[in-house]
Design a protein around this ligand. Structure first.
Ligand SMILES: Cc1cc2nc3c(=O)[nH]c(=O)nc-3n(C[C@H](O)[C@H](O)[C@H](O)COP(=O)(O)O)c2cc1C
Length: 334
């Protein structure tokens, strides 16, 4: 008998656990249709950024007050971002067209760093037809006067503000760099998140040694990076009242299976899809189905969380003991 691959995420019943992660893969309708045809169970659109929204509303205000000529520098501001995700107005129309054309849930993504007017865009995304919203809070806590308590408060205020604005499901994509990640996860859920997306991948800047400038340099993930979300999904599973999505390092069905075993409701993929194209989803779905038959699982629901921290005979394997065992297990080459 064919195993049942369906799973629940943010209240949706999805046909399988493979979701397209926020990235330029979701930038145009044609590719979204290909991804759906390949089996994607839901799609997350690329993020729209706080800076773009604030910039656009500043531009409208200035144009109304003074005319465009008096503010020429504003017109050349953030051009790369607009080509990345189409810009605020066209983003809304992409949501509407995607919802009209796709049968799977279309999750809009809003990305920001401070409470403010831009969060009202969440409502516009909902009104444009978004099935759900993924909120990505991303900033580098470089201010030495800002305490960890203030940093955490900033996250919680943004989540609460967006929560108040919308009625569709809200997932929050977080990073791993909190002093107390488990506690923060619970507080984000208490502030109104229906789901947590674990984890945001922080991109580190590089130095161009010829021109002596700091440059962006995006490297796609590798499969070994999956272990960070693996540990934390295991720790969070069934201990927060929220769906769990795992992102980073899902490069094949084996990675996805591990994440489901520790408690992910869905896995999200960007890098592998950028490398291999939409066909990657088809083979991942087939691989998951075959593995489940071989290992006598009848449904994804049955395997979800069976190896989480709570269910594990040895939860310490996800904590400090694992650190020591890992170090001790290394064989120095002769
Ligand atoms: C080119 C590129 C663009 C991305 N853009 C976004 C984005 O707009 N918003 C977001 O939340 N994540 C973005 N991400 C992060 C991905 O959604 C994902 O979380 C990350 O790449 C880890 O997953 P992966 O290992 O499958 O690549 C982007 C990733 C890539 C590679």
């Amino acid at each position: 008998m064919k195993p049942d691959l369906s799973t629940r995420y943010l209240g949706f019943r999805l046909r399988n656990p493979f979701v397209v992660s926020a990235s330029p893969l979701g930038r145009d309708l044609d590719r979204l249709l290909l991804l759906e045809a390949a089996g994607a169970a839901a799609v997350v659109l690329p993020s729209l950024f706080e800076e773009q929204i604030e910039h656009d509303s500043m531009l409208v205000h200035t144009t109304m007050e003074h005319g465009t000529e008096s503010f020429p520098e504003a017109l050349s501001y953030l051009p790369e971002m607009s080509s990345y995700n189409t810009g605020p107005e066209r983003y809304l129309s992409l949501i509407t067209r995607a919802r009209e054309s796709l049968r799977v849930p279309v999750i809009a993504s809003l990305n920001g760093a401070s409470p403010g007017g831009w969060t009202s865009y969440a409502r516009r995304m909902q009104d444009a037809g978004a099935s759900a919203l993924e909120l990505n809070v991303y900033f580098v806590a470089a201010d030495m006067d800002e305490t960890s308590e203030q940093v955490e408060r900033r996250y919680l205020d943004i989540v609460a503000e967006v929560r108040r604005t919308i009625t569709i499901p809200l997932a929050v994509k977080i990073g791993p760099f909190f002093s107390s990640t488990a506690n923060m996860a619970r507080r984000i859920v208490d502030a109104g998140a229906d789901g947590l997306v674990v984890f945001n991948r922080f991109y580190q800047p590089d130095i161009d040694l010829e021109n002596l400038v700091v440059v962006p340099d995006l490297k796609l993930s590798t499969a070994v990076e999956l272990r960070l979300p693996l540990r934390w999904i295991a720790i969070l599973h069934s201990r927060v009242k929220a769906s769990l999505a795992a992102t980073t390092g899902v490069h094949d069905h084996f990675g996805a299976i591990k994440l489901l075993l520790v408690g992910a409701d869905v896995t999200m993929t960007a890098s592998a899809l950028l490398i291999h194209g939409p066909g990657w989803i088809e083979s991942a779905i087939a691989g998951l189905g075959e593995w489940m038959v071989e290992h006598e699982y009848t449904s994804v629901e049955q395997l979800k969380g069976s190896m989480s921290w709570r269910g594990a005979p040895n939860p310490a394997a996800f904590e400090r003991a694992n650190y020591m065992e890992t170090l001790a297990s290394y064989e120095v080459p002769r």
